[in-house]
Design a protein around this ligand. Structure first.
Ligand SMILES: O=C(O)C(=O)C[C@]1(C(=O)O)C=C[C@@H](O)C=C1
Length: 119
């Protein structure tokens, strides 16, 4: 293995620059992911309210199966591990379902005249 230190323990400036450039790109991607997730959760909050108002169940396993199938194909085409893409989507959906359940409880409590609020 080659070393990028110059013998005094300092990292080669060219390597340091390349690392900084790549980290800038990673920071931009992470920011985009956060913004996209925020938009997704804004949409799913609205779905949660719609479902609660019309007594629809928080989870829709058939819809999830279609989403997973679609995301796995997208991941394969993008050379991303489809198993990772599936785990990531399941992780997000589990959180969405938790939010849906909280919203449903809150709507029920409102109908029954008991307090508490979810947004
Ligand atoms: O599409 C819905 O019905 C949703 O509630 C959204 C969503 C999702 O996060 O994509 C969440 C829960 C359902 O099981 C399926 C999909």
């Amino acid at each position: 293995m080659t070393t990028s230190t110059n013998g005094t323990g300092d990292v080669d400036p060219a390597v340091r620059e390349e690392l900084a450039r790549l980290r800038d790109s990673i920071d931009n991607i992470d920011a985009a992911v956060v913004h996209m997730l925020a938009e997704r959760f804004k949409a799913t909050q609205q779905v949660g309210h719609l479902k609660a108002q019309h007594q629809l169940p928080p989870a829709d396993p058939a819809r999830e199966a279609r989403q997973i199938e679609r995301l796995r194909t997208l991941a394969e085409n993008a050379k991303l591990d489809p198993a990772f893409a599936e785990k990531f989507l399941n992780f997000i959906i589990a959180e969405v379902i938790r939010h849906h359940e909280r919203i449903a409880e809150s709507v029920e409590n409102t109908i029954n005249g008991t307090s508490s609020q979810a947004n």
